[in-house]
Ligand binder design. Structure first.
Ligand SMILES: Nc1nc2c(ncn2[C@@H]2O[C@H](COP(=O)(O)OP(=O)(O)OP(=O)(O)O)[C@@H](O)[C@H]2O)c(=O)[nH]1
Length: 271
């Protein structure tokens, strides 16, 4: 039986854990079982009920103390340790019922998805364990106020998407904080006109960066990286819309995968 999962990625403070908590509350209200898995070995407290916690396996604090590593070195060590002990995670996930929905809350150190192979390896294991996995890449709506930040955020989202090679959605989080922006301005950023973004960016960077800005802009545009799903966690309709989008994307992925599977008879004939 195929299972559905979301991996929630994005820079520190972009609202990943808060989303996991609100999604869990929403699913509880709708009587849908949702397990949140904390994969941040440096996490301190949770706003959600944690079903699986990497800190039961290993934590940044204990690694930092025992191996005299700084916070980033300890984090990398913890993620490597988890990858070498994935049967721990497999056992926990096996205990869930087939229709249960799983959400992975990940650390905010984006290098873990853009520079290291951890997440890619974890996702390939999840696929082997029959999970269909959707990436949600969070960007704080405050990034819309600054085109250099916005471009930077989109570039890291692109880098994560290319690394992970799974269905990917860019999420504009904290939309409740944009209520003083005009709807037109917000809409401009949800499905941004790349020429407008490039000219915004070029106004704030020296003229010698013009060619670079254009090249980055067309790269982001080619990969659809300047489109965002707005998420306002104070509005249940917004959470419901996102959940529906993910469900549809994963169901589609599942159908495509099944159509790729070679039926037994065809297999036998070709032997
Ligand atoms: N107004 C508003 N604040 C939010 C929202 N989501 C998160 N916050 C606040 O933003 C801060 C960071 O939120 P977190 O959910 O901890 O962010 P995170 O991405 O999990 O952060 P890391 O665990 O450091 O990677 C907290 O103070 C939250 O209360 C939101 O939708 N609206």
């Amino acid at each position: 039986m195929v299972k559905f999962a979301q991996v929630v990625l994005g820079p520190a403070g972009s609202g990943k854990s808060t989303y996991c908590a609100e999604l869990q509350r929403y699913c509880n209200d709708k009587r849908r079982v949702l397990h949140v898995i904390n994969l941040d070995p440096a996490a301190e407290e949770f706003k959600y009920a944690v079903s699986v916690d990497i800190r039961d396996l290993i934590s940044v604090d204990e690694v930092g103390e025992e191996m005299s590593l700084g916070p980033n070195g300890a984090l990398v060590y913890c993620m490597e340790f988890m990858l070498h002990n994935l049967e721990w995670l497999e056992d926990k996930l096996d205990a869930f019922v087939d229709n249960d929905y799983v959400v992975f809350d990940l650390p905010g150190q984006i290098e873990l998805y853009t520079h290291f192979p951890f997440m890619r390896e974890l996702i390939s294991k999840l696929h082997r364990w029959d999970f269909r996995v959707q990436a949600l890449y969070f960007l704080d709506s405050q990034f819309m106020a600054d085109s250099t930040k916005f471009f930077g955020g989109c570039i890291t989202a692109l880098s994560a998407m290319i690394q992970l090679e799974i269905p990917h959605l860019n999420i504009m989080s904290k939309m409740d904080l944009t209520r003083d922006m005009t709807k037109r301005k917000v809409d401009e950023y949800m499905d941004a006109d790349i020429d407008m973004l490039i000219s915004d960016l070029s106004r704030t960077t020296p003229p010698r960066f013009m060619k670079l800005n254009n090249a980055m802009g067309s790269l982001l545009d080619d990969f659809g990286m300047v489109s965002f799903v707005p998420l306002d966690i104070t509005d249940d309709d917004s959470i419901a819309t996102l959940l529906l989008m993910v469900d549809l994307a994963l169901q589609y992925e599942d159908e495509v995968d099944q159509s790729r599977e070679v039926p037994d008879e065809v297999d036998e004939c070709s032997e």
